[in-house]
Design a protein around this ligand. Sequence first.
Ligand code: AMP
Ligand code: ZN
Length: 437
Amino acid sequence: MKYQYRDEKTECMPRRDLEALQLERLRRTVDHALRAPFYRERLSAAGIRDGGGIKSLDDLKRIPFTSKKDLRDGFPWGFLSIPKEDVIRLHTSSGTTGIPTTIYFSRDDLARWTGYVARCIYGAGCNKSDVFQNMITYGLFTGGLGFHAGAEEVGMLVIPSGPGNTTRQFRLMRDFGTTVVHATPSFLLHVETKMKEEGVKRESLFLKRAFAGAEPYSEDTRRRIEELLRIDVYNSYGLSEMNGPGVAFECQAKNGLHIWEDGYIAEIINPDTLEPAAGGETGELVLTILCREASPLLRYRTRDLTGFYDEPCPCGRTHRRLRRITGRSDDMLIINGVNVFPSQIEEAIMAMKEVGNNYLIVVEKEGVLDKLTVKTEVGPDVFMDDSRPLNALRERIRKTIQASITVNPRVELHEHGSLPVSEGKAVRVRDTRPKDV
Ligand code: AMP
Ligand code: ZN
C-alpha cells in the first residue's frame, strides 16, 4: 500500500529527534504555563520556576498531574496564560456534570490544531478531490469546527451538515457526491438503519470513508459499519481539553491510533498507584499538550483507558500507536460488587449478527440488589411476532453477556430502529440507582 502523509518528515521522524523536539516544546510549554495563575502556584510548589529547569523528558515526573477537578476549580480564567485580547476562540466540554471546563485558543493555536486534524485526514488517504460531510455537532463541542477547519485545509469540499435529519443527510450526499463523512459510530449505525427505512440505495451514494469517534466503540462495531455501509472506517480520538479531534488517529494500516507526539506527550499510568503502566499494559492515558500557548495543560489525567502498541507500523510513522480506547475509568459500573465496563457488553453483543444497530444498558435497584437490563434492537431480518426464535435469541444474548461479565442480565429485544438515538455522543447507560448507596 502507498501511504500518504501531510508532513512525512515530521510524521516519520527518528525517535531520538522526536524526543528532542518534545523536550524543547515541553520547556516552552512550562514557561507558558507559569503565566497561568493555576500553574504558577502548582509548579512553584513543585520547585519548577522555569522551563529551563526541565533537563530531560524524565523530568516530566516532577510535574504534578492536572485533573478535571483542577480545571473546574480554575474556571473561568485560572488556566489562561496569554492576555485575554489575544484569545480568539474558546471551546468547552459538554459540562453535563456541573461547571464546564474551558479551553482558550490564540490564532497560532487554532492554526496548529487545524494542522493536526489535516494530518489525520491525509493519513486516512483523503485528498482535495474528496467531498466531506461533517455529520457531527458544531458549536462549543470541538468535533464540528475542528474537523471543519482540518478538512478545509486539505482542500476537500466541506458540507457543514451537523448531525440529525437523515433525510436531508441523504439528499446532501446524493446531490454533492459525498465521499467522506465524520460522525459518532452510533450515528453511523443509525444512518444505516434509516437508509433501509427510507429506501435509499447504497448504489446511489458515493461514500468511501468515515471518520468515527467521540465515543468508545468495539472492533466488531467498526466491522459492522464497514460491512453495512460498505466504507472504510477510521477511528478518531480526541478530547476538548487537548483541543478536540486530531490527537490520535488511525492510518491506513488501521492497527491502532498514532498519537501525534510532536504535539502531545502521552503517558499511561495505573490509575490506582499513579505509577507508569508496564510495557503495553492498559491504563489511564495522561496527556501533556505541547501545541497550545493560550491554555497549557500538563500531565492531564484523561480517565481514558488504553495502552501502547509497541511494534512499528507498516506506514513508517514513528509516532506511537494507542490501542482502541475501551472506555473511561469513571464509566465503570459496579453491579452487585462486580466491575463491569459498558464496552464489554458492546463487544459481546455486536459480534452477533441478529443483534441490531442500537442498544441500551439499564441499571436499577431491585430491593437491595442491583439489576442489569440490556435492551438490544434486533436486526432487520428478525421478525418480532415469532416468539420461539425470539426467545432462543434472547437466551443466547443473555448467555453471551453473562460469559463476558459474569453478571446475569435481563435481556429485552426491541424492534429494529426503535431505541432512542442521540445527536451527540450516544447515551449507552441509564443508571437509576440512588447515588449515595
Ligand atoms: P469531549 O471533551 O466532549 O470531546 O469528550 C472527549 C472524550 O470522548 C474522551 O476523553 C473519550 O472519553 C471520548 N472519546 C473521544 N474519542 C473517542 C474514541 N475514538 N474512542 C473512545 N472514546 C473516545
Ligand atoms: Zn501507521
